[in-house]
Design a binder for this molecule. Structure first.
Ligand SMILES: Cc1cn([C@H]2C[C@H](O)[C@@H](COP(=O)(O)OP(=O)(O)O[C@H]3O[C@H](C)C(=O)[C@H](O)[C@H]3O)O2)c(=O)[nH]c1=O
Length: 186
């Protein structure tokens, strides 16, 4: 397993070791002890799986506010996505900054998105499936969003076309009007 840091502290790219042979391949997609040995101490409590039929589907930017904030470990098991994390921790030196990574069935990369970050992805292929682990259960009451194209954040989404959005994401607030209660360093 290879871990690569990004310009946002705590947002980490994980590349599992792929064991190939004449039949195909095998990989450990999650190992609590391996992550702990790399200084990443998380216990996940829920697995999520979403399917998006169309290329250009955008889910996000989402997060749950404290006390139900979630760390997510995201991977794409079919197709490909552009996966984005945005720092929304008050007082953070990288507040409002974002990082994007292509995750795909082919590259088998994963993205670790810590609590205090908004998360979203755009599908790069049709029939894309995303699976991710979270360390806090879903809580509709704590679910919040930020507009995908907020110019204050300025995410450079890869496809020039208007994305396919949920009604919720169509009307998500801009960062300046969003509700979040994450404090840098806490
Ligand atoms: C997130 C979630 C949703 N749901 C239900 C609620 C709705 O009835 C339905 C679809 O939910 P939503 O439209 O919020 O799904 P996405 O747009 O894929 O949201 C997710 O997409 C971005 C990328 C994220 O990072 C979050 O994990 C999550 O917000 O599933 C559940 O039952 N459990 C859950 O954990």
């Amino acid at each position: 397993m290879k871990l690569t840091t990004t310009q946002l502290d705590g947002v980490i790219i994980i590349e599992p070791t792929v064991h190939g042979d004449h039949r195909g391949w095998f990989m450990e997609t999650y190992s609590e002890s391996r992550l702990e040995s790399e200084g990443v101490d998380i216990t996940f409590v829920q697995d999520n799986h979403s399917f998006s039929a169309a290329k250009g589907t955008l889910r996000g930017l989402h997060y749950q506010i404290n006390p139900k904030a979630q760390t997510k470990m995201v991977r794409c098991t079919r197709g490909a996505i552009y996966d984005v994390a945005v720092d929304i921790r008050k007082g953070s030196p990288t507040f409002g900054q974002w990082v994007g990574v292509e995750l795909s069935e082919e590259n088998k990369k994963q993205l670790l998105v810590p609590k205090g970050f908004a998360h979203g992805f755009m599908t790069l292929m049709e029939n894309t499936e995303v699976q991710y682990k979270v360390d806090e259960v879903y809580s509709k009451e704590h679910d919040r969003g930020i507009r995908w194209n907020d110019s204050e954040i300025g995410i450079q989404w890869p496809l020039g076309t208007e994305p396919i959005l949920s009604e919720k994401d169509e009307i998500a607030p801009l960062l300046g009007n969003a509700e979040y209660n994450f404090i840098y360093g806490e």
